[in-house]
Design a protein around this ligand. Sequence first.
Ligand code: TRP
Length: 377
Amino acid sequence: MKDAIVTPWEVKGNIDYDKVVKQFGVSKIDPILLERIQKITGELHPFLRRNIFFAHRDLQFILDQYEKGNKFFLYTGRAPSSHTHLGHIVPWLFTKWLQDKFDVDLWFQFPDEEKFLFKRDLTLADTEKYTYENMLDVIALGFNPEKTHFLIDTKHAGIMFPEAIKVAKLINFSTAKAAFGFDNEQNIGAIFYTSMQAVPAFLPSVLQKKNIPCLIPHAIDQDPHFRVSRDVIPKLGYYKPASIQCRFLPGLGGMQEDGKMSGSSGDNATIYTVDDPKTVKNKINKYAFSGGQTSVEEHRRLGGNPDIDVAYQWLTFFEEDDEKLREIYHAYKSGAMLSGEIKKILIDKINTFLAVHQQQREKAKKKLPQYLYQPLC
Ligand code: TRP
């Protein structure tokens, strides 16, 4: 089998997450760490119980500081290039849980220049449109407006740029090449970009004139950015940012061919937050890779394979009830539950979620100004 690819620009293939842990040099989240989190939060989010958030850097440091009364802030982001799909919201759902449980501030970056620089056909007008659309999705998830601050790179350049150049001055081209695989044809905006992604990891410390620990929840493909930032930020006098990383929601087409769900692998592999119930139903029925047998008789006799069945895999992300999930697993594996039936469970689950989400998304339009960071002038 060909090796999977996991970079900030491309995720492809059947990902061996143990290998990624070794390659990237992150640490696995072990039972001791889970217990430590649970002591503070009272319960564990399903993404932690199910190892969907599976790795970290320096999480112990964040918990040590927290226990001493030194609160951290959260930082995550989204580079607008398309409508939000369900894969994007996985780390956001978890970030929301962290914000609630630890009662901390969240800085949310919308680097509207990132995909403009990396995708040939995307204009700044496109990214501006999707910045707006994506912000509605973040707000719809219910982040605390008093503790959540949106940064849009082109709009907040006045406060971000002076910090970004301090970062940029400490990263040379060989480091950027080694971390991101750039060649000489790469445009120089793209080469600079990682300096902008580093900024929110210490900007709150700059603004509040005191050193504040930072925890970054993100999908594992973003780690190269933070690997580089972690070397630089302490040289500017701030804490090394800590991070916690998740796996990808597989594309509907299955994990073999599609490491994550991506807007760029075609609209059919993806469910967007703006999709209507019928579209959701059609996409899942038509495109969700099935671990079932070719006929009902065969399925009853041999059972399905939940480990490769995308409907089941998605339920591990979206069905919060462990008991229900276990029942589905066994029913499907034994052949008592058919592919159409497990898909139906997923369709209902997603459509129930999206009905609420789309309502909240409408309401978000009015709330937006509360979330935009307003520098004091
Ligand atoms: N580069 C990310 C993307 O492609 C966006 C992003 C910016 C981000 N800052 C972040 C993601 C911090 C996670 C954490 O969408």
